[in-house]
Design a protein around this ligand. Structure first.
Ligand SMILES: C[S@@+](CC[C@H](N)C(=O)[O-])C[C@H]1O[C@@H](n2cnc3c(N)ncnc32)[C@H](O)[C@@H]1O
Length: 279
């Protein structure tokens, strides 16, 4: 995610990103369910699942809940993320089937083998992308699947006219964020790269994220956390009146996010599913 807001190194303080990941999961639960419903019939009955770059364990736990006979291994380079995953897994009653492994995907997948791998919003962050894809292929059992999820468009949270400044502020923020990230594409076209690595393509689907209200109360904090994280990147790219309007959203005034109830959450993500060719 933007977490895209967060191309910072992953070995440092994850607190803000971790909160953002948890808020994202809470507000976008319907999207997670929709993806798992699409992928499950393509996956056979996986007994061993691995979540690569698992963050706070959103997908780890959702997969463990859906596939009740499977063990799910969360792999991340951040021990604090894995700690949050373990707590979440215990809270949701799947702690006995969730394992965590501290590892850097760039240096190989150790001895992990599985019927299903998933990488959500994490694969674009690795440097040696094609090598990591080949490592995943080696680690996938014949016939097993690899699910890759990336953010197609950063999220927006409000109606076009927020009652202050020019309408369309969030779309201009989205464009500025995308422009600022051009050096680190958030949405590589994984289809051809998965095939080059030796996977067979199974499908690619775009998911428009437009959860129906009422939203959980956490939506205001999600919007606030996200916009606060991207604010520093926008100083040189947004016009002064847009920056004023954004600062108004982040302040405790009448237009501030914490006093609003006109949220309209939107975003989009792409999901690729590829299969290890049968031996
Ligand atoms: C944006 S978060 C996504 C987390 C989670 N998959 C989700 O969708 O909620 C990206 C995660 O990938 C992890 N990550 C990035 N590069 C990695 C690497 N080389 N090896 C292992 N984990 C990595 C980060 O620590 C972070 O937790």
């Amino acid at each position: 995610m933007d977490y895209a807001a967060d191309q910072a190194p992953h070995h440092g303080n994850h607190h803000g990103v971790a909160d953002l990941l948890d808020l994202d999961a809470e507000v976008l639960q319907a999207f997670i369910d929709e993806v798992i419903d699409w992928v499950a019939p393509l996956s056979g009955s996986p007994r061993a699942i691995v979540d690569l770059g698992s963050g706070t364990g959103t997908w780890t736990v959702a997969l463990a809940q859906h596939f009740a006979d499977a063990t799910v291994t969360a792999v991340d380079v951040s021990e604090s993320m894995l700690g949050r995953t373990r707590i979440k897994a215990d809270e949701r009653g799947v702690g006995d089937r969730v394992h965590t492994v501290l590892a850097d995907l760039e240096t190989g997948l150790l001895d992990i083998h599985a019927d299903m791998f998933l990488a959500a919003l994490s694969l674009h962050e690795v440097t040696e992308k094609d090598q990591v894809l080949r490592d995943v292929l080696t680690a996938t059992r014949p016939g097993g699947i690899f699910v890759v999820i990336e953010m197609k468009a950063p999220p927006t949270f409000l109606p076009e006219d927020i009652g202050v400044g020019r309408p369309g502020l969030e779309l201009r923020i989205r464009e500025a964020v995308e422009a600022a990230r051009r050096g680190v594409p958030l949405h590589p076209d994984w289809g051809p790269r998965l095939e080059s690595a030796g996977f067979e393509s199974v499908g690619e689907r775009s998911f428009e994220i437009d959860p129906a209200p009422p939203y959980p109360e956490s939506v205001a904090r999600y919007a606030d956390t996200y916009l606060r994280r991207v604010r520093p990147e926008l100083a040189d790219t947004l016009d002064a009146d847009d920056l004023d309007a954004l600062d108004g959203l982040l302040a405790d005034g009448p237009h501030g996010l914490r006093h609003r109830n006109d949220f309209v959450v939107r975003g989009s993500r792409t999901v690729w599913v590829a299969r290890h060719p049968n031996a």
